[in-house]
Design a protein around this ligand. Sequence first.
Ligand code: SF4
Ligand code: SF4
Length: 57
Amino acid sequence: MAAKVDKEKCTGCGICVDECPVEAIKLVDDKIVIDEDACTECGQCVDACPNESIKLQ
Ligand code: SF4
Ligand code: SF4
């Protein structure tokens, strides 16, 4: 399991990038890339996203 981003919904605002305590989220060309191996499933990015674009699955 890891955080997954819904690319249709994500606006590329970058809030989740700053929120992740293990720096598992990066913005690449305005798209979110999540390092699934680094993700600890803490859920902070899920709570931080204003559009509910990230889910733990
Ligand atoms: S669930 Fe936590 S560790 Fe995983 S990407 Fe989101 S903020 Fe980072
Ligand atoms: S906080 Fe949500 S909308 Fe903003 S970049 Fe992250 S996933 Fe996309």
